[in-house]
Design a protein around this ligand. Structure first.
Ligand code: SF4
Length: 442
């Protein structure tokens, strides 16, 4: 069985400072006491996993940190990473009633982090239900947040869950794909380790890529949960994109998070304007690149990254080039990349180049981050599981696919949302699986 232990060198590499530093004990209690303990808790309603926000905050104010953390974990097994990676400004904190009184919202994310850090420091294990006599067996394919949440929830209900992950380390985007200043690799691995100690089995470094491998799993397990995320970044489909210096955004983020890439210099152009593009651009600056451009074919208002991510990138020194589209990549005599771009305007629903607006950016790296393509072709081809625009189609209430033994959640089923959405998907599927299993044995 693979281990989820934290490599020492990863701990040493935690040099990227936190975007939101932890609260001191005194500050946490003062902040917790500001909470009005609203009976209708709009903050809880705004959380996809429905964490009992006033409940866990109340426990912080009374010094019951263990109770507070258990309250969080009841609803969200990845409460620690969500405390750091969640866009709280548009979820729980965005819904806080304090806005109505022209006050600062309660710092729910930082309080959640405070409770979770304190719980993790104790090393306490979570209790799970004894293995049920029905012995429901579920394989969760993909080791990211959706599968972790699904497997943990199944374990809590007495099922046997195993996580199959193609990478050497579990955690998916939490481990490999979220910028270090938001979520450290070691934090992600610590959470996966907690889930392993609940009884979830991990098989890492194991890819399922053939019909035989899938058939083997089907014969071994009652249900399969697909938490395979989204695959490689889409290609730009322009000449010259295969040359040295053109980096895949997700691989680039994974390289620096796992310490394979420690610094970079020169000029970097990131293409795209989603959260992955922003993460890549900010990381390039932090790794030492003197000039970082983020180039987007549409305008500032159309970018899909959150406002606070955009503000953060500007603060890091990233320069934004709007309404520019690359159309070729060449190399000059000094071996530097030449990115040919043109200004584009929206005409109807399409983008048209503006005549005479061609421009060449001389740079050292180009990082396309223009959306992600799905990794679900195998099950579509072999099990006729429906994909729509590359996304696995599921029942929104249960996460069940058209094939009754297959469930799916996280990015591969929701198209690429937040960690907390993946956790909610995984939990929902686990509960639906247990319901079906119990009905079958009743
Ligand atoms: Fe506390 Fe704000 Fe939630 Fe009300 S809405 S319970 S004040 S965090």
């Amino acid at each position: 069985m693979s281990t989820t232990s934290i490599p020492d060198d990863l701990l040493l590499r935690e040099r990227f400072t936190d975007i939101k530093p932890p609260l001191s004990p005194q500050a946490a209690v003062i902040e917790a006491n500001r909470c009005l303990n609203c009976f209708d808790a709009p903050c809880t309603a705004a959380c996809p996993t429905h964490i009992d926000v006033p409940g866990f905050i109340k426990r912080i104010s009374t010094g019951n940190l263990r109770g507070s953390a258990l309250r969080i974990l009841d609803a969200n097994i990845l409460g620690s990473s969500c405390a750091k990676a969640c866009p709280v400004e548009v979820l729980c904190e965005g819904a806080c009633v304090m806005h109505r009184y022209n006050s600062e919202p309660i710092q729910i994310g930082r309080l959640q982090r405070y409770a979770m850090d304190s719980f993790q420091a104790t090393g306490e294990e979570l209790l799970t239900a004894p293995r049920g006599s029905r012995n429901v067996q579920v394989a969760c394919i993909g080791g990211g947040p959706a599968s972790l949440a699904c497997a943990a929830e199944l374990c809590r209900h007495g099922a046997h869950a195993i996580i199959i992950e193609r990478n050497e380390l579990p955690g998916g985007l939490n481990t490999y794909g979220i910028a270090e200043y938001k979520l450290r690799t070691s934090d992600s691995l610590r959470e996966a380790e907690m889930i392993r100690r609940m009884g979830v089995e991990f098989r890492t470094g194991a890819a399922i890529e053939t019909a035989e491998a899938l058939e083997e799993l089907e014969s071994e397990f009652d249900f399969l949960f697909l938490g395979v995320g989204l695959g490689a970044m889409q290609r730009m489909n322009i000449p010259g994109e295969d040359q040295k210096g053109v980096l895949n955004a997700l691989e680039f983020i994974a390289s620096y998070k796992t310490g394979r890439l420690k610094e970079m210099s020169g000029t970097v152009v990131v293409v795209g304007a989603g959260n992955t593009a922003i993460d890549a651009a900010s990381a390039a600056r932090r790794l030492g690149a003197e000039t970082v451009y983020l180039l987007y074919r549409r305008g500032e208002r159309e970018m899909t990254a959150f406002d606070f991510e955009y503000e953060h990138a500007k603060h890091e020194g990233v320069q934004f080039l709007w309404r520019r589209q690359p159309y070729a990549i060449r190399t000059n005599e000094r071996g530097r990349l030449l990115l040919d771009t043109v200004q584009v305007n929206e005409v109807g629903r399409s983008l048209q180049p503006v005549e005479g607006s061609e421009n060449v950016i001389e740079c050292d790296y180009v990082i396309p981050a223009i959306g992600q393509s799905p990794f679900a072709q195998l099950v579509q081809d072999l099990r006729r599981i429906e994909l729509r625009n590359g996304i696995i189609v599921v029942d929104p209430e249960t996460g069940q696919t058209g094939n009754s033994r297959y469930f799916a959640g996280g990015d591969c089923a929701n198209g690429g949302r937040e960690v907390v959405d993946a956790v909610a998907d995984g939990k929902r599927a686990a509960r639906a699986i247990m319901k079906i299993a119990e009905a079958a044995y009743a």
